[in-house]
Design a binder for this molecule. Structure first.
Ligand SMILES: C[S@@+](CC[C@H](N)C(=O)[O-])C[C@H]1O[C@@H](n2cnc3c(N)ncnc32)[C@H](O)[C@@H]1O
Length: 347
């Protein structure tokens, strides 16, 4: 468990008349160019409509911007490693890699660039992302991961990131089983998940802050929707249950805001702040307007709530973070498998 407390950067407090001064880290990220794709408009956001139940997060430009920021947070926190994209030891010449639920495709594109001789497939249920250039060895497919996978070549690595809320429990089991079946023996699965709960180790987040309510509300609604947001705590066991061995994990604290003293954590916190600012409305609109209590919220109620959350997020005196975890595990080689018990037919 990563229970190290993150040291605070006290230089950040350039107090002027009791006000926090520098604000450049709060500027909006550049908007990503829009493309028009089909989808279902609801509450001012666009959702994909491949399955009736839908996915709880929109597939629109604002969300793609959020995915890009999330990708950067994960990269910054691994930036002292030669390969910040994944930890699975798949060697230098993998042939087939799959990124399931690829979002904007940023991870898949980076990996395709890293291994120009390999084929990098992605499967996402989202509306095709607004990418203007795709490496020739990166193939984007818009499809439902819950359908039977038709790829023929076994994969060296299957990667998933921030897939919380995508599947019900039995659906997760199906996804892990398909991963297991479609990896070659000795191939790797790797998953990165983050928790929606906003945490603080030093009491700097006041007990009456509404940031405390955020994780509780979204998790309650997701539970009602049958899509629990606890993949960060369940994925290791689910991966083990699916038959994987050699399971590794790394836990992280993803700071929100520039408050940490450590340079890498500060940078991650600045990007994660943008991740939250652009992501929060999309993360909770579907959940709260369908499963909010005591009755489903209106779009306007959600917008007011998000505006209050954003205002609080801008307070750098709150030393807040979210937990994240990376798990990577191997499909056993054939000679590692237990021989099947041969049962004699009963008389
Ligand atoms: C939160 S996004 C994460 C995107 C990306 N992995 C990243 O880290 O930037 C989750 C992605 O999973 C996709 N997804 C959800 N349910 C899916 C399904 N049943 N089949 C395929 N993709 C799915 C969504 O469309 C979205 O692109």
């Amino acid at each position: 468990m990563n229970d190290q407390v993150i040291a605070v950067d006290t230089d950040l407090y350039q107090i002027r008349d009791g006000e926090y001064y520098p604000e450049d880290w709060q500027s909006e990220t550049t908007s990503i160019g829009s493309s028009i794709y089909r989808g279902l408009m609801e509450n001012g956001r666009r959702y994909q409509n491949l399955r009736d139940e839908g996915y709880l997060v929109p597939s629109d430009d604002q969300m793609f911007e959020t995915y890009e920021a999330g990708h950067l947070v994960a990269l910054v926190l691994e930036s002292d490693r030669p390969n910040p994209l994944f930890r699975s030891p798949i060697g230098t010449d993998p042939k087939h890699i799959l990124d399931l639920g690829t979002g904007k495709g940023v991870w898949a594109i980076d990996v395709a660039d890293m291994f120009p001789n390999g084929n990098d497939g992605t499967r996402s249920r989202s509306i095709p992302p607004p990418v203007s250039w795709m490496p020739p060895n990166c193939i984007l497919e818009v499809d439902d991961a819950l359908q039977e996978w038709t790829w023929r070549e076994p994969f060296d690595l299957i990667h998933m990131r921030i897939m919380i809320g995508s599947f019900t429990e039995p659906e997760w089991d199906r996804v892990y089983k398909q991963c297991y079946d479609k990896l070659q023996p000795g191939g790797w699965i790797e998953q990165v998940e983050a928790s929606p709960m906003i945490l603080c180790d030093d009491g700097s987040l006041p007990p009456d802050s509404i940031l405390h309510t955020w994780g509780v509300y979204t998790m309650e609604c997701a539970k009602k929707a049958g899509r629990e947001l606890d993949a960060i705590d369940t994925m290791s066991d689910s991966i083990r249950k699916a038959g994987f061995v050699d399971i590794h994990e790394k836990q992280y604290k993803w700071p929100i805001g520039p408050w940490p003293k450590d340079k890498k954590l500060k940078e991650a916190g600045m990007v994660n702040f943008q991740h939250w600012m652009s992501g929060m409305e999309g993360w909770c609109m579907w959940l709260l307007t369908k499963f909010g209590s005591p009755q489903p919220w209106t779009k306007e109620e959600v917008q007011v709530y998000v505006a209050k959350l954003r205002a609080e997020l801008k307070t750098p005196r709150y030393h807040i973070y979210q937990r994240a975890r990376r798990v990577w595990a191997r499909k056993p080689f054939v000679d590692e498998l237990e021989p099947e018990i041969k049962r004699e037919p009963s008389p």
